[in-house]
Design a protein around this ligand. Structure first.
Ligand SMILES: Nc1ncnc2c1ncn2[C@@H]1O[C@H](COP(=O)(O)OP(=O)(O)OP(=O)(O)O)[C@@H](O)[C@H]1O
Ligand SMILES: [Mg+2]
Ligand SMILES: [Zn+2]
Length: 501
């Protein structure tokens, strides 16, 4: 007899429906799984055999054939253990077939326990799209899956519990969708940072408009310290942004039962020894890399010149269009990767170039060689350059404390709100992502502002790209000031953060 059980799979970032067809017939004892499963899928047979014993049923004698449809897409992982077991039980009439609007996924242990899998949220969202009403998932994945609000999610601890529910003997309580709030709840605060007002201001502008930023300065001036506090002033995440970022983290297996949802904008700080694949994603079972894990958040590259040039090459496509495509023999996957790039570096090899103490002994040539390690196309994508100078003794001893992150974040949120309203329906969410059309429509300068930008353009010999970058940053500065028009003072401040490379 044949029985079909609904389940799900993930390709790239997107979940899709899978039907697990079980066929049990007489003949030589045999167990086959067809439908382009990987090794983990093929090994389901062993786990299912053991788990079926654990629920007190004997494995059917004869031939068992499992078909995972659609048969032409690759299936990976252990998510089909649970539906395969149910299918075999239903096909041998050990249980009634489950309702047609129910779907199942989960890994089984040999003792019939249901283990968590990665990709629960994208699969739950796919279930929602496919009209599934009741979704049975590993208990440890349940809260994450319940972030998809259109399906009722049942947490399953073990097979015995699931069978008791399906027979109506003892019902499983569905989980309620987790409360969502995208507010920062960490402990690091800008109030801890003394002085460095210009750097804090640059970070505020960057956070407000999602601009890329580079900090350069001698050792111990607070570059890493400042960057690590950036999450505390990033705009609150919308539910939609949180959903997408959580999906990516879920596929990478980074969500946990305790932290099922990414509520705060991610801050990814890969070490400079990271590989190109670690950064961009990939591998034989493709996994999102750092640039995708940073989607809707920050990618921080500390000690920028230490990163291998070829590694940084992978940033070009995502910095351009907000996604990364990973090509492999078996096909390609695309992951979203729209992040704010923040970099920190010393100005020269010894770190002290330009310091008033004159302790840098690097020659001009050596300084140039050091900086030329960073590729031009990457620098071209940086909107804000800021020098982080050594603190004066008085600044360091100042006990008054700086502005708190909460105060700064309130301004950033207000500025981002203006951007959301302005770009509603265009797919653009921040000033940094403005294309030519938005630049033309939303960046009106007043007369003095226009005169100032023209003068700078001629005097500094700017490129069209630099001109656009200044305009985008000036737009954000005006948004922080609550001004619809971009005024001369906004342009002037944007010009201060031009690159001096
Ligand atoms: N502006 C500051 N206010 C308060 N403490 C600071 C400040 N700058 C530096 N510090 C202290 O110095 C430590 C070192 O700073 P940090 O690691 O951020 O320096 P850095 O600029 O990243 O240096 P490097 O170039 O060597 O990486 C901080 O952990 C902090 O304790
Ligand atoms: Mg540092
Ligand atoms: Zn030096």
């Amino acid at each position: 007899m044949i029985c079909s059980i609904r389940s799900l799979g993930v390709h790239g970032i997107r979940g899709y429906g899978v039907t697990v067809e079980c066929f049990v017939t007489t003949g030589l004892s045999n167990f086959d799984i067809v439908g382009l499963g990987d090794t983990a899928v093929k090994e389901a047979g062993y786990r299912v055999r053991a788990a079926i014993k654990a629920v007190g049923v004997s494995f059917p004698a004869g031939r068992v054939i499992i078909n995972l449809a659609p048969a032409d897409t690759k299936k990976a992982g252990t998510v089909y253990d649970l539906p395969i077991l149910l299918g075999i039980l239903a096909a041998t009439e050990a249980i009634d077939a489950p309702p047609a609007d129910a779907a199942f996924f989960g890994e089984l242990s040999l003792s019939g326990k249901v283990q968590p899998v990665s990709g629960a949220l994208p699969m739950a969202l796919a279930a929602e799209r496919e009209g599934v009403r009741a979704l049975f998932v590993p208990a440890a994945n349940a809260r994450e899956a319940a972030f998809a609000e259109g399906v009722t999610v049942y947490p399953v601890e073990d097979m015995g519990q699931l069978l008791a529910h399906l027979s109506g003997e003892s019902l499983i309580e569905p989980v309620t969708a987790p409360e969502f709030s995208g507010k920062y709840a960490g402990v690091l605060d800008f109030a801890d940072v003394k002085g460095q007002e210009n750097v804090k201001r640059a970070l505020e502008i960057a956070a407000a408009g999602s601009h890329n930023l580079l900090m350069s300065g001698p050792p111990g001036t607070g570059k890493s310290m400042l960057a690590s506090r950036l999450p505390s002033i990033l705009p609150d995440m919308s539910r939609e942004e949180a959903l997408m970022t959580t999906e990516i983290h879920s596929i990478a297996g980074l969500t946990t039962a305790a932290e099922p949802i990414v509520r705060q904008r991610p801050f990814r700080a890969p070490h400079h020894t990271v590989s190109a694949v670690g950064l961009s994603g990939g591998g034989s079972n493709p996994r999102p890399g750092e640039i995708s894990l940073a989607h809707n958040g920050v990618l921080f590259l500390d000690e920028l010149p230490e990163f291998a040039r070829e590694t940084l090459e992978v940033l070009r496509q995502p910095l351009e269009n907000g996604e990364v495509t990973i090509s492999r023999v078996s096909g390609s996957v695309t992951y979203p990767s729209r992040f704010m790039l923040v970099c920190a570096m010393n100005p020269c090899r010894c770190g002290w170039y330009g310091h008033p103490s004159g302790r840098c002994k690097c020659g001009e040539g050596a300084v140039r060689a050091y900086r030329s390690r960073i590729s031009g196309p990457l620098l071209d994508r940086i909107d804000l350059f800021v020098n982080v100078a050594s603190l004066e003794y008085d600044e360091l001893k100042d006990r008054s404390g700086g502005e708190s992150s909460e105060t700064i974040r309130a301004r950033v949120n207000a500025a981002r709100e203006r951007q959301r309203a302005r770009f509603a329906g265009t797919g653009v969410t921040s000033n940094a992502a403005m294309g030519p059309r938005q630049l033309a429509a939303c960046c009106g300068l007043d007369q003095k502002g226009d005169a100032m930008l023209r003068a700078a353009y001629d005097r500094l010999g700017l490129s069209a790209r630099s001109h656009d970058k200044i305009l985008r940053v000036a737009r954000t500065i005006a948004d922080l000031a609550g001004s619809e028009k971009i005024e001369a003072k906004h342009v002037a401040e944007a010009l201060q953060f031009r690159g001096s490379f």
